[in-house]
Write a protein that binds this ligand. Structure first.
Ligand code: C6P
Length: 408
């Protein structure tokens, strides 16, 4: 059953707003952050109106209720990615913090000078910089699976890199620029055969595709609530239980301990060992509501709607003279179209589109090495989600023709 998009859009109040009087919003920047349905907004509002209390600390009714809500959210997130248990979900601030958690704990225990970490050329800075920092500190070597001209990873070179027995393969499931959906299960299987652990950056895959951590057999998966209809300020790290249990704590403080004495402490059990201090409680409740909302729609339906929209967007964009869209064909990518327009800077394109209420992002999208690879400083990026309309693609195309007219 195709989604009833006009009906579904009524769940998102912001989509009805005008950017300026008489100029309705066409929000084509969901890869940066997704808009929020009333279910999420109301869940957080109700939490603050009725339940607000700190968790895991008080014995009063509100503290017990808010603790139960926070832990229920963890269970929902676990169910959403088919994690074997809720304890394997660690709440973090976002994908970036989840990756850093692995880099600061697992990696600093398990990697030493000369060890190899394999990344790819299409990584977001959040899956590059933590490894640069580790490399500078420990002398760990980094190698990169190349991106080919068609936006796909060169798996032959990947196999060759695996022959050098890396300790970790860390890669994105979906590129936030090219939209490329990587063969995650195969990359993980090959990594495991070579004896490497795996970390998947799921910032773009978990919001847009069905993801099953047990089927993938992934060791670590990082993702952010705000890209999947939830609030900012919260994300998650999934990890295999033996790995999480063996890892030292990340940040020290309240809640992550069993006992503290003047000269030592005993860390708490997983997942609390990794959640120091008062966490983002209302945000966790909102995250849980976002997961409920996506499950009601169904991730297969979300993915197939985006597949249809991106196929239409590529067809329309590619017929505009001077437009070059980066990345693979529609059937190998998610709802992301990053493009250049001959002779016109991406920031100018985005600024003029904004005049027509079209929200797109311009820049290197925190993937500067990928842009360097393609020999360009920046792209304009339109991105789609479950609420995107074909009419918004038409608006974008019309807007690009206007940009061309302005620049002669
Ligand atoms: N990409 C974009 O506009 P955080 O900021 O921690 O929630 O997510 C980081 C991140 C990690 N990996 C990928 C593949 C991503 O796309 C992002 C966030 C946004 O493309 C903001 S730069």
């Amino acid at each position: 059953m195709p989604l009833d998009i006009p009906r579904l859009r009524q769940d998102f109040p912001i989509l009805n707003r005008e950017v300026r009087p008489g100029v309705p919003l066409a929000y084509l920047d969901s890869t940066a952050t997704a808009q929020k349905p009333l279910a999420v907004i109301n869940a957080m509002d109700e939490f603050y109106r009725r339940f607000n209390a700190n968790i895991h600390r008080g014995v009063h009714t509100l503290a017990e209720e808010s603790t139960a809500m926070y832990e229920a959210a963890r269970a929902k997130v676990a169910r959403f990615i088919n994690a074997p248990s809720a304890e394997q979900i660690i709440f973090t601030r976002n994908t970036t913090e989840a990756i850093n958690l692995v880099a600061y704990t697992w990696a600093r225990v398990n990697l030493k000078k000369g060890d190899l970490v394999v990344l790819t050329e299409m990584e977001h800075h959040s899956n590059l910089v933590p490894w640069h920092m580790l490399s500078a500190e420990r002398g760990v070597n980094l190698e990169f699976v190349p991106v080919m001209d068609d936006g796909l990873l060169d798996l032959d070179i990947y196999r060759a890199l695996l022959a050098r027995t890396p300790k970790l393969v860390a890669f994105t499931a979906m590129s936030n620029v090219l939209g490329t959906i990587n063969p995650v299960a195969e990359i993980i299987r090959l990594a495991h055969e070579a004896g490497a652990a795996t970390l998947v950056d799921g910032a773009q895959s978990v919001p847009h595709l069905p993801v099953d951590v047990q089927a993938l057999d992934v060791d670590f998966l990082a993702f952010s609530a705000h890209k999947m209809l939830g609030p900012t300020g919260i994300g998650a790290l999934y990890g295999k239980r033996p790995l999480l249990e063996a890892m030292p704590p990340f940040l020290g403080g309240g809640d992550m301990i069993k006992t503290v004495h003047l000269r030592n402490f005993v860390p708490n059990d997983v997942p609390h060992k990794f959640e120091a201090g008062t966490p983002a409680i209302a945000e966790a409740v909102g995250f849980g509501a976002a997961v409920d909302y996506l499950e009601t729609i169904g991730m297969d339906a979300v993915a197939s709607h985006e597949q249809e929209i991106i196929a239409y967007a590529l067809e329309r964009l590619e017929e505009i003279p001077g437009v070059k869209v980066f990345g693979p064909p529609a059937d190998k990518k998610g709802g992301v179209a990053a493009f250049t327009l001959d002779g016109i800077h991406p920031h100018d394109v985005a600024q003029i589109l904004d005049g027509s209420g079209i929200a797109v992002r311009a820049g290197h999208h925190c993937a500067q090495p990928l842009h360097e690879k393609f020999g360009i400083p920046a792209t304009t990026r339109a991105s789609f989600y479950l609420y995107s309309l074909r009419e918004e693609v038409d608006k974008l195309v019309k807007g690009i023709y206007e940009v061309k007219k302005i620049f002669g």
